[in-house]
Design a binder for this molecule. Sequence first.
Ligand code: HEM
Length: 250
Amino acid sequence: MTSLSAPVPPVPADVPPGSVAWLRASVARFSNGPDHVRRRALAVSLLASVGELRDEAFARTQGIVAALGEFDVMAVVARPVPVGVLASALDLPDVSADVALVAAAYHPHVTPDSAAEAAVGRLIAACGGADEHAAARIGLLVQACDATAGLIGNELSAWLSGKPVGQPVLSTRRRVDGDDVSVSLAGTPFGAGPRACPGARHATALATGVLQALQGFRLTEVKTSWVPAPNLRMPARLWVTRGRAAGGLC
Ligand code: HEM
C-alpha cells in the first residue's frame, strides 16, 4: 500500500498573488518538506487558539431551522454553519459563502472560475492581505467546508435511513516515483501520518452541535442523491422536516 507519508503532488509556485493558485501554493495541504512543516505548525497553532465550538454550532443551527418547514440540510446548515462558527472563532465575519466558492476550486485539478477568484480576493482582504498567515486561516475554513458538511450529512443520513455511516473523504493524492497516485483513506476517516487532519477534534465538535439541533427531524425523500466527486462520499441534498415518518424512516 502506498504510504500516506509520501509527498503530495507539488503545485506551481510562480502564480499571481491573491489568486486561488496562490492559496494552493501557500497552504500546508499542498506543500512538502520544510514549507509543509512550517505551514502545518501555523495551522495547528491557529486551531489551538479556537475555543469550544459545539454550543455555538448547536445555537446557530437551532436559530436557522426554527423558522423552516421542509429544508435541505446540506445547503441550509451542513455547509454554512460549521464554516461560519469556525470563521467567528478565527476572528473573521461569516465568510461561509465565499469559502464554499473557493472550496469548489481548491483542488489542483479544478480550473477556478471568476466567482472563485473574486471570493478568494474577498477572503484575503478580510484576513488583512496575502501572506502565509492569511493563507493558513483561509485554508482551515476551506478544509473544513466540504469535509465537515460530509461528516454531518453522512451521520444524519445514516441515523434517518438506518443505513451504515460512510466516511466523507475516501481518497487523497500522493507523488510516488514521479507519478501522482490515488491513495485510499479507508479506515482512517481523518487521514494518518504527518499530514493527518489537524482539525478532527474541531470537526467532531461542530458536527455534534449541528446534529444535536437536528434531532426530531425526518427525511422527506427516501432516495439520497450523492455528490458526484469520486473522492467524496456525502449527500448532495438531504431534505428533512420535523416529526416522525409514517413509513420506514424515523
Ligand atoms: C474544522 C474542520 C476541519 C479543519 C479545520 C480541517 C483542517 C485540515 C487541514 C489544515 C489539513 C491539511 C493538513 C496537512 O496537509 O498537513 C487537513 C487534512 C485532512 N483532513 Fe481535515 N479539516 C477539517 C475537517 C475534516 C473532516 C470532517 C474530515 C473527514 C472526516 C477531514 C479529513 C481530512 C483528511 C483525510 C486529511 C488528510 C488529507 C491527506 O492526507 O492528503 N477533515 N484537514
